[in-house]
Design a protein around this ligand. Sequence first.
Ligand SMILES: NC(=O)c1ccc[n+]([C@@H]2O[C@H](COP(=O)([O-])OP(=O)(O)OC[C@H]3O[C@@H](n4cnc5c(N)ncnc54)[C@H](OP(=O)(O)O)[C@@H]3O)[C@@H](O)[C@H]2O)c1
Length: 250
Amino acid sequence: MQRFKNKFILVTGGTNGMGYATAEQFIKEGGNAIITGRSIETVHRALEQLGKNSYGFVSNTANMMDILLLQEKVKQYTPHIDVLFVNAGYAKFSSVEIADESHFDELFNMIVKGTFFTVQQILPLMSNGSSIVLNTSVVNEMGMLNFSVYSAAKAAVKSFIKTFTTEFTEKGIRVNGVSPGYIKTNGFNNTGLNPKQIEDVIKNVIPTIPLKRFGAPSEIAHAVLFLASDEASYIHGTELIVDGAFSVFK
Ligand SMILES: NC(=O)c1ccc[n+]([C@@H]2O[C@H](COP(=O)([O-])OP(=O)(O)OC[C@H]3O[C@@H](n4cnc5c(N)ncnc54)[C@H](OP(=O)(O)O)[C@@H]3O)[C@@H](O)[C@H]2O)c1
């Protein structure tokens, strides 16, 4: 399929995991992908692997200066963006008792402020027929232990899906969200858990997922590309849950 021939996607956090998988599939379908990441090393490695029709630069979504430079940097490659996948980020967990202000600010700056201002800055490059997909999480309305700040930040992203939909309808820009459950990525490396703790979490979580496995990044990429494609032309303001029914059985 070549659903995105000559189109441009901007994927924030496209060096790894779901963002990388989305950029990869977009290119396979005839498109061009611009990715961002936190370091020159991760961006270069990803661009080497993605090959032709991939572009990218360092941009920290928790840093307002970087976000304000996004538009100019994207314009080095294209004057317009057809698909914006706002994906950059990671989870961190803490009980309410020990969470400090830096934990709260880290997650809200990166996830809430980062998502809002990324969309604001890229919006002028988007026109009628283009599409935005925000990466939220099924935990945005679940009561998971130690997830209070992360879940609240992702709940704000869920809220943006609705408000952006209303605000951008007149511009002909569709807005949707993808809401992953447990996906096998490097995301756990940012959580502060050590490898043994990560292994234990995975072992404990798998029996609670009806499909008895973590999802693959490519399964999120398929959902993002569907939402961005013409096949989803009447899907606007929706959150697509991709979680092996994890949130259904909780
Ligand atoms: N994995 C899950 O189970 C799961 C479930 C629900 C939602 N999510 C969400 O899915 C998104 C992608 O996560 P993933 O699981 O695919 O993780 P991942 O494999 O660790 O990839 C995260 C990507 O985001 C980038 N990134 C992280 N912090 C950033 C920042 N401050 N500024 C710019 N880029 C940043 C990373 O860049 P570098 O490589 O340069 O660090 C990387 O490209 C996140 O928003 C996460 O909250 C994950």
